[in-house]
Design a protein around this ligand. Structure first.
Ligand code: IMP
Ligand code: MG
Length: 191
């Protein structure tokens, strides 16, 4: 099916400015942690947000990673969440900040709240770069939110469509639904 990249929704400068503001909010929210804050990065989409956020923070952090999958190859959530890679570090009594790229239906985040709470962290909060509230199916508490966006499929800055476009520096709209052709994906990724 044909598709093309649409307009830029959030450009790189806007993203970095907001990430700096979020970092200040997060630093203020953790004035006194006995151990470094754990940035629990949700793979793969949150990698750019998480690394940029970490470099804007003044607090010490440790990184941990978890990978889940909720989408197939397309642009609509399958509804069920699959754990692809679990955490390996001890989270008990730690301050854990889950770092998400986007909250859409809320299914992934809801699953992660339950899953990580079982480790009995000292605190568990959530930072998301994007919030797409229109399609919410489960109520999830968002402690730090970059941008609330309309119900559009977006790519770039970590967000993918069928695996590609994560490395785009801006967040862009996708005009048509469908699986990218190899030619289309390569043409845009290298442009
Ligand atoms: P949820 O479980 O429906 O909240 O979806 C969360 C996950 O779906 C995110 O971590 C993304 O991987 C993916 N997702 C949701 N909306 C978009 C989008 O607009 N572009 C790319 N990925 C998205
Ligand atoms: Mg994804």
């Amino acid at each position: 099916m044909a598709y093309s990249l649409g307009d830029i929704l959030l450009d790189a400068t806007t993203l970095q400015k907001r990430i700096g503001e979020l970092a200040a909010e997060i630093d203020a929210a953790y004035p006194d942690t006995p151990q470094p804050l754990v940035l629990l990065t949700i793979l793969k989409g949150s990698i750019f947000f998480s690394t940029d956020l970490s470099r804007a923070l003044r607090n010490n952090v440790e990184f941990e990673f978890i990978a889940v999958r909720s989408y197939g190859g397309g642009t609509t959530s399958s509804g069920s969440v699959e754990l692809v890679k679990d955490v390996s570090m001890q989270l008990r009594d730690r301050d854990v900040l889950m770092v998400e790229d986007i909250i859409d239906t809320g299914n992934t985040t809801s699953y992660l709240y339950d899953h990580i709470a079982r480790h009995e962290p000292r605190s568990l909060r959530l930072a998301t770069l994007l919030n797409k509230p229109d399609r919410r199916e489960r109520d999830v508490r968002i402690d730090f939110c970059g941008f609330t966006i309309p119900n559009e499929f977006v790519v770039g800055f970590g967000l993918d469509m069928a695996g590609v476009y994560r490395n785009l520096p801006d967040i862009r709209l996708v005009q048509d639904d469908g699986v990218p052709t190899e030619q289309g994906a390569n043409a845009i990724a290298s442009s």
